[in-house]
Design a binder for this molecule. Structure first.
Ligand code: NAD
Length: 388
């Protein structure tokens, strides 16, 4: 069914600077936006890959003093946000540079929320409306092709008291500038290329089929699907392939634009529950549930899944066949890039009830194209566990 007659609005507050080598434009962007004393927020993996050095050298060559917080953990924790804010305040930072995958970028957005509101605990800003002030200048520099966080409004932070991933987002929480340089993704190890790439594909597919999808997010989601589906294996097999890396970064950016204006849906609800309880990589969690949620949704979005199959370049005779081929393609892709099966992730089956309960409470459950109860979630989780 078309959505052409439904109203929507579309705001992308982030300026995108894209291209191999474009990291050098960081200096211009800081100067244009009066960023004189940045705090860099990153993690140890990005530092060990030599990317942090590249950026601090660039700043030093231009006499810009900075401080660094490199303690962000995967599935970034509330305590990381609070530590980052403390370091920023001690330095008197007037701007934030986020360098890394979704973890440092999300942490940086929430650091920005604390600085803007003079807050101390990020929990206070959970949800879609609690952050009410403009962040200090935030420049995002993605080094994975997965989350799209460089362009989204969301910051996903683990509440360490209750072991779940909360979302902090509002109209004020997107970056001012995203500097998207595919060369910075060349050092990504193959297994992270795989998991982050499947995260991006999940964004595209869920955004395209979400109940609140609109025409501009549809356009972004379909091109994202084409780019990611046709380049993930290339980037996985040869990490030095700049063309494949560039296509993947563009794909994940477009998928980020798509889902931040539409939404994600039940795959993410389960993945965030699992990631919150077991601290597993987000992309792996998405990959293991994506085909099973698609199978659950199948009858509700035959036409849209068939359109996804077309974007992937698959041939089919009718919508039903196309939709089925899209699900099979997603299953095969996860195997081709050697992602683990759900049954191999050491998740205790006694926790399935709890995961289903957490998933149904996730704010994106209402965006799933087919309504989903706790019992429905439980069945999907069990199906994923049986998948060999
Ligand atoms: P990540 O940021 O946790 O990074 C994964 C690993 O890759 C880390 O060890 C990191 O050091 C390493 N790494 C990153 N770039 C590298 C590079 N170029 N070379 C070598 N190593 C590199 O992973 P991610 O998948 O990008 O982010 C996951 C987080 O993002 C999760 O917490 C998830 O919930 C969140 N997320 C946020 C949004 C959003 O819109 N804000 C969307 C989806 C997911």
């Amino acid at each position: 069914m078309s959505n052409f007659t439904l109203p929507f609005s579309f705001t992308l507050p982030t300026k995108i600077v894209y291209g191999p080598g474009c990291i050098v434009s960081l200096i211009d962007e800081l100067q244009l936006n009066n960023g004189n004393k940045p705090v860099i927020i990153t993690d140890k993996g990005v530092k060990n890959a030599g990317i942090l050095d590249k950026i601090t050298s660039l700043l030093a060559q231009n006499n810009i003093s900075c401080t660094v917080y490199d303690g962000v953990e995967p599935n970034p924790k509330d305590v990381n946000v609070e530590e980052g804010a403390k370091i920023a305040r001690e330095f008197g930072a007037d701007s934030i540079i986020a360098v890394g995958g979704g973890s440092p970028i999300d942490c940086a957005k929430s650091v920005g929320v604390l600085l803007a509101h003079d807050g101390d605990k990020i929990k206070k800003y959970e949800g879609k409306t609690a952050a009410t002030k403009h962040l200090p200048l935030l420049i995002t520099i993605p080094t994975t092709s997965g989350t799209g966080s460089e362009l989204t409004f969301s910051s996903v932070i683990t509440d360490t008291e209750n072991n779940y991933k909360m979302t902090v987002k509002s109209q004020y929480t997107a970056a001012k500038v995203a500097i998207c340089d595919p060369e910075l993704t060349l050092s990504l190890p193959a297994h992270i290329t795989a998991s982050t790439g499947m995260d991006a594909l999940t964004h595209a597919i869920e955004a395209y089929t979400a109940a609140c999808a609109e025409p501009i997010s549809d356009a972004a989601a379909l091109y994202a699907t084409e780019l990611i589906y046709n380049n993930l294996v290339r980037a996985f097999n040869d990490g030095s392939n700049l063309e494949a890396r560039s296509a993947m970064l563009l794909g994940s950016m477009l998928a980020g634009i798509a889902f931040s204006h539409s939404d994600v849906a039940s795959v993410h609800c389960i993945a965030e529950s699992l990631g919150g309880v077991y601290d597993l990589p987000h992309g792996v969690c998405n990959a293991v549930f994506l085909p099973h949620v698609m199978e659950y949704n199948m009858e509700y979005c035959l036409e849209r899944y068939a359109r996804i199959a077309k974007a992937m370049g698959l041939n089919f005779e009718n919508e039903k066949e196309g939709a089925k081929k899209a699900v099979e393609a997603v299953k095969k892709l996860a195997l081709d890039v050697k992602l683990p099966l759900f049954s191999s992730l050491n998740v205790n089956t006694d926790d399935f009830e709890k995961l289903a309960e957490m998933s149904v409470k996730n704010i994106s459950t209402e965006s799933n194209p087919r309504p989903m109860t706790k019992e429905d979630y439980l069945k999907v989780i069990e199906n994923a566990y049986r998948h060999k």
